[in-house]
Design a protein around this ligand. Structure first.
Ligand code: APR
Length: 233
């Protein structure tokens, strides 16, 4: 059995692909009020605004390309069992070619029924409109986990974290729970690496090896190191 690497990614890994992060200066939450666009209450109050906000984000995601950070993670699969847990709603890990990707906060290129959450659809193109309906006739909403909503995949993510031999954190401010707490499920002996060009506050209780670089540079450095340091068995 190959060693398992669990990777937790956040907005920072997609920053160099041109997708804005949330909390950096110039980040999305500087310009938009979270409560007006990313909550269920916002959806009830002003669905058009919410749809517009996500349509805009979706357009940018479609235009973006995976960067060297996403691509380097794919190389890890030659020697390791790699499981990516991403907070990102973009599909850049998929388009880079990574195999096992769990989306904690949803997927922007999908919509789901407001009545039956099991009905999930790929959105063709960039636009989800107020008249789009599921096959049972209910309105479609963005397939996004909004603030205040449950994170349906968190138990699966925690179970994956618990099986990590190596844990890597890339480009997340670790501000948002439960995602920020996932590293605590990793076994005590599991080395933890963190790649971020900025200081990440209140990270972890354990020893973390910090690589203070942007993802496009830091991820390839770490991947090369891991590929040469570990054998496949
Ligand atoms: N490479 C790596 N990391 C970077 C880069 C880069 N080029 N540029 C910025 N970063 C780092 C920042 O230093 C910061 O630590 O990425 C992190 C981005 O943090 P946030 O904007 O808070 O994004 P994230 O942690 O993914 O947010 C979590 O919050 O609003 C919600 O649902 C949204 O999934 C998101 C969640």
């Amino acid at each position: 059995m190959s060693r398992r690497i669990v990777v937790l990614t956040g907005a920072g890994i997609s920053a160099e692909s041109g997708i804005r992060t949330f909390r950096d200066s110039g980040g999305l939450w500087e310009e938009h009020d979270v409560t007006e666009v990313a909550t269920y209450e916002a959806w009830k109050k002003n669905p058009e605004l919410v749809l517009r906000f996500y349509n805009e984000r979706r357009k940018q995601v479609i235009e973006a390309q995976p960067n060297e950070g996403h691509k380097a993670l794919v190389r890890l699969e030659s020697k390791f069992d790699v499981q990516i847990i991403t907070q990102n709603v973009d599909d850049l890990h998929e388009r880079a070619g990574s195999k096992n990707i769990l989306h904690l906060h949803g997927e922007i290129r999908k919509a789901r029924s407001t009545y039956n959450p099991a009905l999930i659809y790929e959105i063709e193109g960039w636009e989800l409109t107020a008249t789009d309906r599921c096959e049972e006739g209910s309105r479609l909403r963005p397939h996004i986990v909004w603030f205040g909503e449950e994170v349906p995949e968190i138990e699966n993510a925690a179970a994956l974290a618990a099986t990590a031999d190596i844990f890597i954190i890339i480009g997340t401010s670790l501000n948002v729970y439960p995602a920020a707490g996932l590293v605590n499920y990793a076994p005590q002996a599991c080395p933890v690496f963190l790649i971020d060009p900025n200081e990440v506050g209140g990270t972890t209780v354990r020893n973390t090896i910090i690589i203070r670089e942007p993802a496009s540079k830091g991820v390839p450095i770490l991947v090369d190191k891991l590929l040469s340091a570990y054998t496949s068995k």
